[in-house]
Design a protein around this ligand. Structure first.
Ligand code: NAD
Length: 247
């Protein structure tokens, strides 16, 4: 998995899975544009990328703001002159049981997760179509296939990302652009620190431990690599085997 001289942009790169993806991409040779709604966190990741000897720019990109995507795309092309890999990673959760979930909770999660992935995929396609090459990687979740107890907004947004990924893959395949989705299981990050112990139970994970952000980042690096050039429209589950008996 060699990403030497590739330029990657990652949303939500300030911490968690997004940060791990930025750092593993840098280890594999890529220069990385780190974007996040929190620019200070993005800058911290950018500093770590630079320590690994790669170039990095930190930008504020709120994935619920369409204009931020145009500005980030322009800034990326200005800084690096190209863009090879775009990772739509930013995502949020907001838990409530179905009958107690507010419309605001539904809208906010679907806006950030699903609409944000649409906006990112569209921005990437606009750049990559002109070059007839590119890799788009979207962060779905195992919850997008199996549903999620007390998290109907989140699971629905992640299911939408699966259909979005497959539709974009169909449209962009003729331009030598691959579009794939990652479906992580339980990974220990700030997003999941308050989830119930039941979800973390090792006996539900075939490989016996919760996931690490790096487990997902290596899968992203594979999908971004030359070795994955004939793979598009897939949902790659990175779950340690969680959910393999439940459809
Ligand atoms: P996290 O909360 O640790 O990190 C999310 C990052 O996204 C943060 O840096 C945050 O500032 C940023 N962000 C939040 N709202 C944003 C916005 N509007 N615009 C731009 N950036 C924004 O979460 P994580 O666990 O690293 O999750 C990353 C992605 O992986 C999410 O899409 C999440 O749904 C998905 N995922 C996580 C798990 C898990 O178990 N951790 C499992 C499946 C899928």
């Amino acid at each position: 998995m060699d990403l030497t001289n590739r330029v990657a942009l990652v949303t939500g790169g300030g911490r968690g899975l997004g940060k791990a993806i930025c750092l593993i991409f840098a280890e594999k040779g890529a220069d990385v544009v780190i974007t996040d709604v929190d620019p200070a966190m993005a800058e911290k990741t950018a500093a770590e990328v630079r320590k690994k000897g790669r170039k990095s720019v930190a930008l504020k990109l709120d994935v619920s703001e369409p204009r931020d995507f145009d500005e980030a795309a322009d800034a990326t092309l200005k800084a690096f002159g190209r863009l090879d890999i775009w990772v739509n990673n930013a995502g949020i959760g907001s838990r409530a049981m179905l009958d107690e979930m507010t419309v605001e909770q539904w809208d906010r999660v679907v806006d950030v997760n699903l609409r944000g992935t649409f906006l990112g995929t569209r921005a990437a396609a606009r750049i990559m179509k002109t070059r007839k090459s590119g890799r788009i990687i979207n962060m779905s979740s195992r919850a997008g296939k199996g549903g999620s107890y007390g998290h109907i907004n989140y699971a629905s947004s992640k299911a939408g990302i699966i259909a979005l990924t497959k539709s974009a893959a169909r449209e962009l395949g003729g331009f030598n652009i691959t579009v794939n989705a990652l479906l992580p299981g339980f990974i220990e990050t700030d997003l999941t620190k308050n989830l119930t112990n039941e979800i973390k139970r090792p006996d539900q994970i075939v490989l016996g431990r919760p996931g690490r952000p790096e487990d997902v980042a290596y899968a992203a690096a594979f999908l971004a690599s030359d070795e994955a050039e004939w793979i598009t429209g897939i949902c790659l589950e990175v779950t340690g085997g969680t959910g393999m008996f439940s459809g």
